[in-house]
Design a protein. Structure first.
Length: 81
């Protein structure tokens, strides 16, 4: 089984944290609905920030999109010259 790191899979860790918080409330953790929403929102925001750091469009040294990225979604006939 491959290891899962927070920097590579923040969505998985967010789901684990959310499940732990929900299970905690199910088994007696005393939080109000507003506090629960705040905890979940904070976790999702943190995950979004981390995900943004590890997800980016590939660019060359000049900051321009790589050739393959320019043609994503373009029909093959239009790509051929």
């Amino acid at each position: 089984m491959a290891s899962i790191s927070f920097s590579r899979e923040p969505a998985v860790w967010i789901a684990v944290i959310k499940a732990a918080v929900y299970m905690g409330t199910l088994f007696g953790l005393k939080v109000t609905p507003v506090q629960l929403a705040g905890i979940i929102t904070f976790c999702e925001t943190l995950g979004a920030v981390v995900q943004r750091q590890v997800s980016f469009a590939p660019v060359n040294k000049d900051g321009l999109p790589l050739e393959a990225v320019k043609y994503v979604g373009t029909p093959l006939e239009a790509v051929k010259k």
